[in-house]
Write a protein that binds this ligand. Structure first.
Ligand SMILES: Cc1ncc(COP(=O)(O)O)c(C=O)c1O
Length: 452
């Protein structure tokens, strides 16, 4: 069993690279979609694939129906290709209603863009039938859904166009894939080689994380020495930095292809193991998290290869920094509203932006890692409830007499948590002094936190 020292090791959100992935003889991905599709094209990342495809496809200012919940960089790539978005709602639990999507169709709509969130399939069967009947294109965004299936068919194979972000699921420095058949993909430009130094720097950092995780100190030392030599040979430090910036589409990189390093690493993957391990970690995490940490998806349908373990929490920045202090890297996902989306229209998507975080559950983590993450999340959820109680009690102690309706009106946290242990803890901390549910709070905040 792995031992954990939170001050020394961080359980990272993305999987790391191991030396055996460079050895020949692994299964590789060539038998799996999209790698086995004869029309697949590789790019530096998914945003580049989207941009190149949209530039070829769009003749005049065509419109795409686009979900109201999205990362931002995929839309920026479409906007750079002069495609106009028209938004459809995404509901709680990242649910998309096909009938509602179709009601949003306008006279200039030529395509529907569907994101398979976290590897879980959107309503792709219904929408592909509807699109065919209306002669619209269906674009599947599988950036988070590599190796995921729906009804025993790979995601990305239902629509007319599919894009994948290989680097999100696998430990490669770069890589995006496009499957578009003849749908606007006839004249895609030839890609240029992308710069090798950022790819090598990424691979070295990823190997170091692998050695850190397994506490392989000798390998880590050798790697550090090799990096020092590399920096002596190529002294320009800027060349070692990452070429890609999160959420930004840079047209200067629009013709970059996938690096040869990524291709080599892809040949060293074991897809069956990746799918099996990710599913196992997801289910394991779900079984360990307390009831306070509600999952976004109730079930893990067969065939789904989960990209992460999404969770909804209040005050997500506080929650994530608390996790990081314990050595768990979570992601504050999609928190920023995009200026193209009208504010106050898509309430449930805005709620998702405010509350969703992603926890790691990738194939590089073992059972002990998942136990550790779940433990920290459970502690952080309890800690969060405590913080809220302390804050509320401070407020109450300054005006120590308070009725329950008064409490509800003045403290939004009380309202939101009225069914939970929070309410019980709060009322236990006070003393009811009359029939109108007036409470007096006399104990110190720390004591109240313990009761809760
Ligand atoms: C849904 C979605 N689509 C597309 C992309 C773009 O992927 P890449 O970072 O490989 O360009 C992202 C990236 O975060 C994404 O989340």
């Amino acid at each position: 069993m792995t031992t954990h020292n939170p001050r020394q090791r961080i359980l990272q959100f993305l999987p790391s690279l191991s030396p055996d992935m460079f050895m020949p003889g692994r299964v590789g991905l060539s038998a799996h979609f999209p790698f086995n599709d004869p029309t697949v094209r590789y790019f530096y990342d998914a945003r580049t694939a989207i941009y190149q495809w949209a530039r070829q496809w769009n003749s005049g200012d065509w419109e795409i129906l686009f979900p109201s919940y999205f990362e931002g960089v995929e839309l920026n790539a479409l906007l750079a290709a002069k495609v106009r978005p028209r938004f459809y709602p995404v509901h709680r639990n990242m649910r998309v209603e096909p009938a509602e999507v179709l009601r949003c169709l306008g006279p200039k709509t030529k395509a529907i863009y569907l994101i398979h969130y976290v590897g879980f399939p959107g309503p792709v069967q219904e929408l592909s039938v509807a699109c065919r009947a209306r002669r619209l294109l269906l674009i599947e965004d599988c950036a988070q859904a590599l190796l995921s299936n729906c009804a025993e068919r790979p995601l990305g194979s239902f629509g007319d166009v599919a894009i994948f972000s290989i680097r999100k699921t696998l430990p490669v420095p770069d890589g995006g894939a496009l499957v578009a058949g003849t749908n606007g993909a006839c004249n895609l430009p030839r890609t240029q080689p992308s710069p090798l130094t950022p790819a090598v720097a990424y691979a070295a950092a990823s190997l170091r994380r692998h050695f850190d995780l397994r506490e392989e100190h000798v390998n880590r030392w050798i790697l550090r020495k090799m990096a020092d030599i590399g920096k002596l040979v190529f002294p320009r430090s800027s060349a070692w930095g990452p070429a890609r910036r999160e959420s930004i589409f840079d047209p200067a990189q629009a013709t970059w292809g996938m690096s040869c390093l990524s291709r080599t690493i892809l040949n060293g993957q074991d897809p069956e193991n990746i799918i099996e391990r990710r599913r196992r970690n997801y289910l394991h995490m779900r079984s360990l998290l307390s009831r306070r940490a509600k999952p976004l998806f109730e079930e893990l349908p067969s065939g789904v290869c989960p990209w992460s373990y999404p969770l909804q929490v209040d005050k997500k920045e506080v929650f994530l920094s608390r996790l990081l202090e314990c050595g768990v890297e979570g992601v504050n996902s999609w928190y920023a509203n995009h200026p193209a989306v009208p504010k106050g229209v898509f309430h449930e998507s805005e709620e998702l932006r405010r509350t969703v975080i992603q926890l790691p559950c990738h194939h590089d983590l073992d059972d002990a890692d998942i136990r550790y993450i779940a433990d920290q999340v459970n502690k952080a959820t309890r800690g969060y409830a405590r913080t809220v109680i302390i804050e509320t009690i401070w407020f109450l102690l300054t005006s120590s007499r308070c009725s329950v309706p008064d409490l509800k009106r003045r403290t939004p946290e009380f309202q939101r948590n009225s069914q939970s242990g929070f309410r019980r803890g709060l009322l236990m901390a006070g003393r009811r002094v009359d029939r109108n549910n007036t409470y007096v709070f006399e104990v110190a905040p720390q004591r109240i936190a313990e009761i809760a």
